[in-house]
Each structure stands twice: as C-alpha cells, then as structure tokens.
Design a binder for this molecule. Structure first.
Ligand code: B12
Ligand code: SF4
Length: 464
C-alpha cells in the first residue's frame, strides 16, 4: 500500500453524537483516495467512524509501515495528535491535511507530522507520497502546498497549491472503501430514513468573519448539474437511501445552476428528499419553489443574530428581515427550517440578545441551535480577538472551541441567554395554541423571569 488515509473521528467515543446518530462518511479523504487510485497509487482508507482507536493502533503496529495521511479539523485535533504519535512509533511517514493543520503548521509538525498539506489534497498527495516513500527530502521543496521541517529543524513552507480548475475532472469519492451500507443503515435505524451525502461545489466566496476558509480560500467552483445528477442516481441505485444531504457550504449559491440541476432531475424522474444549507439572501420565491419541487424537506439557515448591528459586525452580508422572509417562504412551500444562532460575538450586548430572542419568536423556525462564538485560528474573527484569546488546555488536548476570550461575558451569562431564548420561543408557541396547558405556561414564565434575573446578575461577570 502506498498510502493509508484516516481521520480522527470515533463515533462510539462521542456521547453527544451517539444520541444524534447522523453519521456521514469523510468525503475529503474519499476524494483523495479515488484521485490517487486513478493516478495509479495504491491507497486505502481506515474509517475511524465505526471503529476504535485500538483497532487503528493494531493496524499501524502490525504494519508494514508506509505513508499515513490523516484528516484533521478543530474537533479531532487531540485524536489526530495521538494517531500521529502511534504511527511515528510504528515507523510510518505521516501527513496531515484538512481544514485545521494549515493554521497550526508548527504544532502539527512538532506533534510528529512529516508534512502538513495546506489546501486541496489531491494533486499535492500525488506528488508528496512518492517523495516521502523515496525519502527524498530535498524534493519536497518542489512540491507546492506543503510545510515540512528540514533536518536542522527549520520549517519550510512551499508555494501555495494551485486549485483544481475543473472539479468535474475528478473521480467521485471512493465510497466503496468505507462501509457505506452501515452509514445508511445507522440512519435508517435511528431516523427511519437512510441518508447519503454529496457535494456539488467547492469553496464559498462570502466572507463571514468567523468562518474558516483554510482549504478552498474564497473561490467557488461548481460541478456540472449532469455530473451531480449522475452521482445522485448512482447513490440511489447502490444504497437505496430515503434522503440525501447536499453537504455544500451554500447549496443555493448559484441560482442558474440550481434551476439547471432541478431540470436535470426532472428530466430523469429523480426525486429524493434532501436537506441543505442556504444563506437567507439566496432564497427567493422561485428558488424556494424549485427546492420544494426537487424534494427539499429542510433548509438550514445561518441566522446567527437578530441584531443587524451584530450581523454587520460579522460581515454576514444578510439582513434580519431577509432571514425572516426566507423562513416564511420555506414555511409556505412546506419546507422545514433549521436555524443556527451564535451568542457572544464581539460587541454583543444585552439589547442584541433581546433582539435575537424577538427575532426567533417572530420568525419561528422549526428548529434552532445555538453556540457561543469561538474564534477559529486563521479567520478574521480570530485576528480581531487574538490578544484576548486564551487556550484553556495545552494545544494537543484542546480545540479552538475551548478558547476563552478575556473580557467577554461569562459562560453562565450565555446559559441564561439560552434559557431566555428557549423559554420565550416556547411560550410564544404555546400562546398560539387554544388548548395550551396553564401549568406549562406558568413554568415557562418562571423560566423567563429566572433567565432575565440571571442575565442581570451576571452581566458584569466576564471570562477571566
Ligand atoms: C460536511 C461538514 C460537516 C459534517 C461532517 C460529516 C462528514 N463526515 O463529512 C458535520 C455536520 C458532522 C460537521 C460537523 C462539524 N464541523 Co463541519 N463541515 C462540513 C463541510 C460543510 C463540508 C465538508 C466536506 O465534505 N468538504 C468537501 C471536501 C472535498 O473538502 P475537505 O474535507 O476539506 O477535503 C479537502 C482538503 O481538506 C484536503 N484534505 C482533507 N483530508 C485530508 C487528509 C490528508 C492527509 C491531506 C493531505 C489532505 C486532506 O483535501 C481534500 C480534497 O481537496 C465543511 C466546509 C467545507 N466546505 O469543506 C465544514 C467544516 C469542515 N466544519 C467545520 C466545523 C467547525 C465543524 C464542527 C466543529 C461544527 C460544530 N460546532 O460542531 C463539527 C465537528 C465535527 C467533528 N467531530 O469532526 C469547519 C472546520 C474548521 C476547522 N478549522 O477545523 C468547516 C471547514 C466549516 C467552516 N468553514 O468553518 N461538518
Ligand atoms: S458562513 Fe457560510 S456563507 Fe459565510 S463564508 Fe462561511 S460558508 Fe460562506
């Protein structure tokens, strides 16, 4: 084997994910795998999702050692560091790639990576794997898109890797190298519907300040509608899913493309229910109607805040009204909406939190999730707060989600904000029901009073 590819996500170690049970295969390494195979290299995948670290350790120790490529994102860092350690102890050459390592080159090299791949992995690995196998250290300087250490400890970063111009020339992800049937089956068992994922584009040209653009920059490259329809048709034929997730950053970004794709599906008589992410400003009546006709049953919208001031500070490029309109349009078309909200962005005050509460009450999405903002290294948001950022744990054990931002409101403050939001929205929903239970209403009112009291009491508490 020329290269073994893996990722550091172990589903059965993650109590939260075990409750959610909506796993999807790691498309990034599957794309790399199919590309390398097409180029004549022998590549395989160890899919950690349904496996255990012990199984991976056994495989690495059993050898024979070759080249190991590991995908890392901000949540999997500590696992990836451990994988690198075991691989190095067992004699493997190691490469890391994915959205996180480019922002932490020194740290990943210090953790045992022989090379860090920055940006798209396909062409870089096609050149890097033979160079590492030949132990031709000097030739690494000629390979774009990597960082490595010389024997005297200096870190070399080569020129940026040019992106693949036409992503349709790439083979589809090597799904046959993972247990796809199990992914679909887990979905079916837990949610009554088997699901598959696919992507139709790479990169997002928008510039929301907290969003990571480490891999694809701000480019946007789309596949041809017919190629995506071919892949969907193949997935249906092969795995008989009941739904799909279009895993693009913004599925509705290019309206012309969307209408062509919808036409292509119609022509082929394909209609598989699916969910996707959209920006609110990319939804209009025609787009929403088209999504519904194509089988879209849920759209996820990054709403983030109900305060225009905060949306503008994020450079989100969307108005609160656009979010409201987008959710209403989806509701009228029979499409559910899910909303992402963020607490604690720079400059957010109690009045902005109140605005978010009002916004969610008025807009009333089917479901919403909240997060306390975390600055991902490499983003403009991180740069803005860098001087106040503190990791709570040593780098190899933590993640960018653990960052504390000095002088920001305390975690407890945001827990009260969350309680206020949830209680207000629930009360608002109950208030519209003729048979609402008085006891439930009273409990929610109590919750609201407690949350407001807590917000006031903690409004001067800041993160240390
Ligand atoms: C789908 C997705 C998910 C799915 C993942 C399901 C799955 N297994 O695929 C779900 C919903 C579970 C998810 C969750 C999260 N996600 Co997410 N997700 C995405 C998304 C939208 C698409 C991923 C994808 O398929 N991309 C397409 C492939 C082709 O790209 P790629 O994976 O980057 O791979 C390329 C390169 O990275 C490189 N590469 C990849 N692997 C390797 C390996 C080696 C060895 C090498 C050399 C190169 C290499 O080459 C590949 C091909 O060119 C990305 C954004 C994006 N557009 O990529 C965010 C993204 C990866 N997620 C992100 C985040 C923050 C999260 C969460 C932390 C969110 C949260 N708050 O919970 C969690 C973490 C979950 C976890 N435990 O790992 C961030 C990561 C930022 C960072 N610096 O790490 C991203 C980049 C979004 C963003 N713009 O901020 N996510
Ligand atoms: S948050 Fe969404 S719209 Fe904004 S830059 Fe990131 S991917 Fe693009």
């Amino acid at each position: 084997m020329d290269i073994l590819l893996t990722h550091g996500y172990f589903l059965y170690e993650d109590p939260k994910e075990l409750q959610i049970m909506k796993p999807y295969p790691p498309l990034g390494i599957l794309y790399i795998c199919s590309h390398l195979r097409k180029k004549g290299l022998s590549a395989d995948v160890f899919d950690s999702t349904f496996s255990s670290r012990q199984q991976l350790w056994n495989l690495l120790r059993q050898g024979p050692p070759s080249v190991l490529g590991v995908y890392a994102n901000l949540m999997t860092r500590s696992n990836v560091v451990e994988i690198l350690r075991v691989a190095k102890e067992s004699g493997w050459k190691t490469i890391v790639g994915g959205p996180e390592p480019g922002a932490y080159v020194d740290e990943y090299l210090a953790a045992g990576a022989d090379a860090v791949v920055i940006g798209e992995g396909e062409i870089t690995l096609e050149e890097l794997v033979p160079a590492l196998q030949a132990r031709a250290l000097e030739s690494l300087r000629q390979i774009d898109g990597i960082a490595f250490r010389t024997p005297d400890g200096a870190i070399v970063r080569t020129r940026p890797r040019e992106q693949i111009k036409d992503i349709d020339t790439q083979p589809w992800p090597a799904r046959e190298s993972v247990d796809m049937a199990r992914y679909v089956e887990v979905w079916r068992q837990h949610h009554g519907m088997g699901s598959v994922s696919l992507i139709t584009a790479r990169g997002c040209p928008y510039h929301c300040r907290w969003c990571s653009h480490e891999v694809f920059g701000k480019t946007h490259r789309r596949r041809k509608p017919a190629s995506v329809a071919d892949e969907l048709e193949w997935l249906i034929d092969r795995y008989q899913p009941q739904m799909a997730w279009m895993a693009d950053d913004v599925f509705t970004i290019h309206h012309g493309w969307l209408f062509q794709y919808a036409g292509e599906l119609k022509r082929r008589g394909l209609k598989l229910p699916f969910e996707c992410i959209s920006r609110a400003d990319r939804l209009n009546p025609q787009v929403v109607e088209t999504l519904a006709e194509m089988g879209c049953f849920r759209v996820w919208i990054g709403s983030e805040s109900g305060s225009q001031r905060i949306l503008d500070a994020m450079e989100r490029g969307v108005t609160v009204d656009q979010v409201h309109t987008a959710v209403s349009l989806c509701r009228s078309a029979g499409i559910q909406t899910g909303m992402f909200l963020m607490w604690g962005y720079e400059g957010e005050e109690l009045s902005d939190i109140e605005a978010t509460v009002e916004h969610v009450k008025k807009t009333d999405p089917d479901i919403f999730f909240t997060t306390v903002a975390y600055p991902i290294k490499g983003t403009p948001y991180f740069a803005e707060v860098a001087e106040r950022v503190e990791g709570l744990r040593v780098w190899s054990e933590g993640s960018d989600r653990d960052f504390r931002i000095r002088n920001r409101h305390s975690r407890q403050f945001y827990r009260f904000a969350d309680k206020l939001l949830r209680s207000e929205v629930e009360l608002n929903r109950l208030a519209h029901k003729p048979d609402a239970d008085d006891a439930a209403i009273a409990a929610l009112r109590n919750g609201i009073a407690e949350a407001r009291c807590g917000l006031r009491a903690t409004s001067n508490e800041v993160e240390a």
